[in-house]
Ligand binder design. Structure first.
Ligand code: OXD
Ligand code: MN
Length: 613
């Protein structure tokens, strides 16, 4: 049995609530040892993981890990929000009573860490001193050393974050038990895994995975699901799956901050890490705050809407990351950064890593190369030729400070004032390059009807989106109607309202399918227009679905765009929009209690489209 008291004493954990919590779970999971972790332990833990073969070297100060082959992604079907109030049931949150889920999880976890170390990770999902710090404090318990190393990169870790809490009992209890990965029936009717957030008790119980958001509980379970619930219960803030960037205009000295949500595969990380295009770099500097989560609140003193990234690192998708799509990401995972790669292809002879899209062609000499499951590429049969070397959801985990254009003030407690909230999907027609929305309810309505086209792999009708409200569908913690009202309340309380906008970098030519907009760094251009609109320097063109730039308002310096392409992405296809409005109506109808303001926004947009015919 672990000597819990001694481990806590040695680490200086004095908070009696934390001590009681750790002792309870050490006993229940049957862990053999308990170790309290601090970020300063990173080098030692990395060495231990290398010695144990859990990490492999991938060049100087870079590491490689492989997860169990049936444990490679977040599992939405097995993810549940539990509370004691059935009114918390939503359409997307897989609500179950906590009286049912807690005993079930305790049963799964009982004795499941026998023979292992239980690591105690005190963490903070906020810059220290943030006004939201009381909701950001947590203690993860995990029986996986690799998870500890990821948590150290993705959140602020140390016993100091447990000191001087206003309420010593106010911390998220986040328990992760890996389980016997080879015998959990992943994806079968006998699936043993459960990823439960007991939101009204601020307790997270995840069993049956050691991968990503299933296991690093600060990120998604706390940073999004629990935060969404806490923000609503306290009436104080929003926890959103948003990127956050800053734009500095060197000529005027002005700073702008934009956050926004994009469903997966819509280029959120690339946008978050974007640099100014060559033609505009002398005047504008883009800085990176975060690529995945933003918490938003209104400061009661100055009445401004603020945002901050609660994370400390980037857990980025490796696929297609290269010098053109995201040079900043490549710099952030260079030698010496301490990056951990997961499930990419690996060459133990040369310590290189590779993923689809890293280079145009695969490494020509396959000697030594292993695919993400560890199988030699040279043993592949002709039928296996087309199989990817890296898992499509393979990742890199690196701290924010490694991103070359990280904002100087990313660690400042007050966060940054938000000028605009943008939404963007991947849409081959209909959605223009950018449309600005000045009305709060219409902006929230636009976020609630956000979606991405069904990809080839997903079933779905042509032209029908898979709706992903605010890009939060997998993280909704309570009813969608209540969520919409809470969003209106939080943002509505700001004295100066942010602009909303919808962006789309992915329109294609209907004839030959080419992308009508270059994308990547050039995506700064429509955002600059949006800031000019906010400042009243441009007027744009009013349409039924928002304000669109005129062709001469967009700064296209140093860019080659065909005039006919530009014309297409700066106009509204009314019949396609009317088709979409019918789908939106059906989508919104599933949510009981959707506020009138949202329905009125929907009807206003529909009526304005009628007038445009
Ligand atoms: C996600 C992630 O799963 O950011 O959304 O990892
Ligand atoms: Mn995410």
């Amino acid at each position: 049995m672990a000597d819990v008291e001694k481990a806590l004493d040695d680490a200086g954990v004095t908070n009696p609530h934390v001590r009681e919590y750790v002792a309870y779970w050490a006993d229940l999971t049957g862990a053999e040892r308990v170790e309290v972790v601090d970020a300063d332990d990173d080098a030692r833990l990395v060495q231990e993981a290398l010695d144990a073969g859990e990490l492999l070297p991938a060049g100087e100060g870079r590491y490689y890990s492989r997860s169990y082959y049936k444990d490679t992604a977040r599992s939405e079907e097995r993810t549940i929000v539990a509370t004691s109030d059935p009114k918390d049931k939503g359409v997307y949150n897989n609500w179950r009573p906590s009286s049912e889920m807690k005993p079930l999880l305790e049963e799964r976890m009982r004795g499941a860490s026998a023979g292992k170390t239980m690591y105690v990770i005190p963490y903070l999902m906020a810059p220290p001193g943030s006004p939201l710090a009381p909701w950001a404090t947590g203690v993860e318990l995990t029986d996986s050393r690799t998870v500890v190393l990821h948590m150290i990169r993705m959140s602020r870790v140390g016993v100091k974050f447990l000191e001087n809490l206003d309420d010593p009992n106010m911390f998220v209890r986040a328990v992760h038990v890996t389980g016997d990965l080879e015998n959990l029936g992943q994806g079968t009717p006998e699936d043993q895994r459960y990823f439960v957030t007991v939101a009204d008790e601020r307790t997270i119980l995840h069993f049956g995975s050691s991968y990503g958001g299933n296991a690093l509980l600060g990120k998604i379970a706390h940073g999004l699901r629990q935060a969404a619930y806490d923000g609503w219960a306290s009436k104080k803030f929003l926890g959103e799956q948003y990127m956050l960037i800053g734009i500095h205009d060197k000529e005027t000295g002005k700073d702008y901050h934009i956050c926004g949500g994009f469903p997966s595969a819509s280029g959120k990380t690339n946008l978050a890490m974007m640099l100014a295009p060559d033609g505009l770099g002398d005047r504008f500097h883009v800085s990176f705050y975060g690529d995945d989560i933003a918490w938003l609140w209104v400061d009661e003193e100055d009445g401004k809407l603020y945002g901050m990234n609660p994370e400390y690192g980037v857990f980025g998708v490796a696929k297609d990351t290269n010098e053109e799509t995201n040079p900043t990401a490549l710099a952030s995972i260079a030698e010496g950064t301490g990056v951990i790669f997961t499930n990419v292809a690996y060459n133990p002879d040369t310590q290189e890593v590779w993923w689809e899209g890293k280079t145009k062609a695969k490494p020509a000499d396959v000697t030594g190369w292993l695919d993400w499951k560890g199988a030699p590429i040279s043993d592949r049969t002709p039928e296996q030729e087309g199989e990817p070397w890296a898992h499509p959801n393979s990742r890199f985990t690196t701290t924010l400070a490694n991103v070359p254009n990280v904002a100087k003030d990313y660690d400042e407690p007050q966060g940054v004032p938000i000028d605009a909230i943008i939404f963007g999907g991947r849409t081959r027609d209909r959605e223009p390059l950018i449309r600005a929305i000045t009305d709060l309810a219409e902006g929230v309505y636009d976020g609630l009807t956000l979606g991405a086209e069904a990809t080839a792999a997903a079933e779905g009708k042509e032209g029908v989106l898979r709706y992903d409200p605010m890009s939060n569908r997998p993280f909704m913690a309570y009813g969608e109607g209540d969520y919409a009202q809470h969003y209106l309340n939080v943002v509505g309380a700001a004295k100066e309202q942010p602009l909303f906008a919808h962006v789309n970098w992915f329109q294609r030519d209907p004839e030959d399918g080419h992308f009508l907009w270059h994308g990547y760094r050039d995506n700064l251009r429509p955002l600059l227009w949006l800031m000019q609109l906010k400042d009243g320097d441009v007027k744009g063109r009013e349409t039924a679905v928002g304000i669109i730039p005129t062709e001469d308002e967009l700064n296209l310096e140093g860019m080659n765009t065909k005039p006919e392409d530009l014309e297409t992405i700066l106009k509204i296809n009314v019949p396609r929009w009317q088709q979409e409005m019918a789908n939106r109506e059906e989508h919104l109808q599933q949510f009981p209690g959707m506020p009138d303001a949202i329905w009125e926004a929907h009807r206003r947009v529909a009526a304005a489209l009628e007038e445009e015919v």
